[in-house]
Design a protein around this ligand. Structure first.
Ligand SMILES: NC(=O)c1ccc[n+]([C@@H]2O[C@H](COP(=O)([O-])OP(=O)(O)OC[C@H]3O[C@@H](n4cnc5c(N)ncnc54)[C@H](OP(=O)(O)O)[C@@H]3O)[C@@H](O)[C@H]2O)c1
Length: 438
């Protein structure tokens, strides 16, 4: 039952896709949420850049402003929601709110990835709190799952489809037999691609999320520069067809793998082949999916909408409710407390996986032998070979899969192949993410 006085006031900076969703659903579902929290939840104020812009959600004029810092530091605001995006004003406003001792909720993965250490330190110093459920996998409560439901576990492996736009494009390429460009054009038209396309297509958005998951799994903030990050631009329809012939599907996967003995973590975002019978291989369209392997629970899998107004608002509102309960009863969300000073990014020679290797080669005798000689020289053993003639131009495609080999060895092989006279253009290397075969 709500107590007599208590009202927690919510200030929102950013009234775009997510901000409007949060306002709408918080407004519409207020009663049961207030019951849950035991206090009134008051939508107090909102900041946006352009107050004249038409919006889907109506807010009383007296609650609207243009200064995010004013909302962040307003003594009347108990819970500040940063829903602007970017790492400029968003960082300033978030820090200002934390320094004012407030509960802060953000959906901003770039902000948490790039400035998480600074923000959590500021929160700790001022007894403030930072909630960030919507920053990873949109509507899937993956952060809550990791830090609450799976609290008893240590995590050796977390991997997932973390960018809905790339998954949408890859799914449609495969389903419709079309190449990357026309599907991308369609995704742009439908507004599925970020204004800065590189965030989606080159893997950076997924990498931001992978860094956050790596933090939750290890208590360590990895620098984005340490992580191999590749997007989906190089993937052709033919790669998807050849992958299918080999029993795989191509997905953009974020992977966090921890070796407890060596105290090393490998984190990457790369288009990867995943066995077609794995559940994650069947996560299609704009959906995200995350697999978490805990030492006690084993494997658990989470699938849901990775973005969009309503799914993201659902995650933000969950944080608002937690923040409200925390404000009232001082029940902070668990944060990883097991950082090890020794934890390090894994050496490339220690990371072993199988790979898919696609080469464009001269269509002439002896090429396969040349390629095999190069792989043998670097002690990379071949699992399978497909050879297809290209369209009557004296070229052929060679598709090889390797047995498990180190990241360093495959890089050396590719460097040698690039120097070979019979290999045309840049070989495409994709890891094969068969986590069932350990
Ligand atoms: N969209 C999704 O599906 C999704 C999913 C998960 C996480 N997120 C994250 O959620 C955050 C918001 O995303 P979004 O899609 O809602 O973005 P958006 O639609 O572009 O909205 C951004 C909002 O911030 C306001 N804003 C930007 N700079 C401002 C400033 N200096 N002062 C005041 N207001 C400012 C904009 O005002 P105007 O409207 O006046 O321009 C706009 O209302 C981002 O961090 C994003 O990564 C989004």
């Amino acid at each position: 039952m709500p107590t007599k006085r208590l009202a927690l006031r919510i200030g929102i900076a950013g009234f775009g896709t997510v901000g409007q969703g949060v306002w709408k659903h918080l407004h519409d579902h207020r009663k049961p949420l207030e019951e849950r929290v035991g206090a009134r939840l008051e939508l107090h104020s909102v900041a946006m850049r352009d107050t004249t812009k038409a919006r889907d959600v109506t807010v009383p004029a007296e609650k609207i402003g243009t200064d995010p810092i004013a909302v962040a530091t307003d003594p009347e605001v108990d819970i500040f929601c940063e829903l602007m995006g970017g790492t400029g004003i968003a960082r300033e406003a978030t820090l200002a709110a934390l320094r004012a001792g407030k509960m802060v909720v953000t959906a901003n993965k770039a902000l948490i990835c790039d400035h998480g250490a600074e923000l959590f330190a500021a929160a700790k110093e001022r007894g403030a709190r930072l909630y960030f459920e919507a920053s990873v996998a949109g509507g899937i409560p993956i952060i809550k799952a990791i830090r609450e439901g799976l609290v008893a576990n240590r995590f050796g492996l977390i991997y997932g489809i973390l960018n809905g736009t790339c998954n949408y494009i890859l799914t449609r390429m495969e389903a419709e037999g079309k190449d990357f460009e026309p599907i991308l054009e369609d995704a742009r038209r439908l507004g599925y691609v970020e204004a800065d396309e590189s965030l989606d297509l080159d893997g950076w958005d997924a990498a931001h999320k992978a860094v956050i998951l790596a933090y939750l799994a290890t208590g360590h903030w990895f620098d984005l520069k340490e992580i191999p990050v590749r997007g989906i631009r190089e993937i052709t329809l033919r790669d998807m067809e050849w992958a299918r012939q080999l029993g795989y599907r191509v997905k953009l996967l974020g992977v966090i793998k921890r070796d407890f003995k060596r105290e090393e973590v490998f984190c990457s975002v790369e288009p990867s082949l995943i066995p077609a019978d794995r559940i994650l291989a069947k996560v299609d369209g704009g959906y995200n999916g995350v697999c978490v392997e805990g030492d006690i629970v084993g494997e658990s899998i989470y699938i849901g909408r990775g973005a969009g107004r309503d799914a993201t608002a659902s995650a933000v509102i969950s944080d608002i409710v937690d923040a409200a309960i925390d404000r009232l009863h001082n029940v902070p969300a668990f944060m990883p407390t097991y950082p090890s000073a020794r934890i390090a990014f894994a050496e490339l020679s220690a990371v072993k996986r199988a790979f898919y290797l696609r080469l464009d080669v001269k269509d002439q005798p002896g090429v396969l032998a040349e390629v095999s000689a190069i792989t043998a020289r670097h002690k990379v053993s071949i699992g399978s070979v497909l050879q297809m003639p290209a369209a009557n131009n004296g070229h052929a495609h060679l598709v090889l899969t390797t047995h498990r080999t180190s990241e360093q060895q495959i890089r050396d092989v590719v460097a040698a192949l690039r120097k070979d006279r019979s290999v045309l253009g840049k070989p495409l290397v994709l890891p094969i993410a068969d986590f069932s075969a350990k």
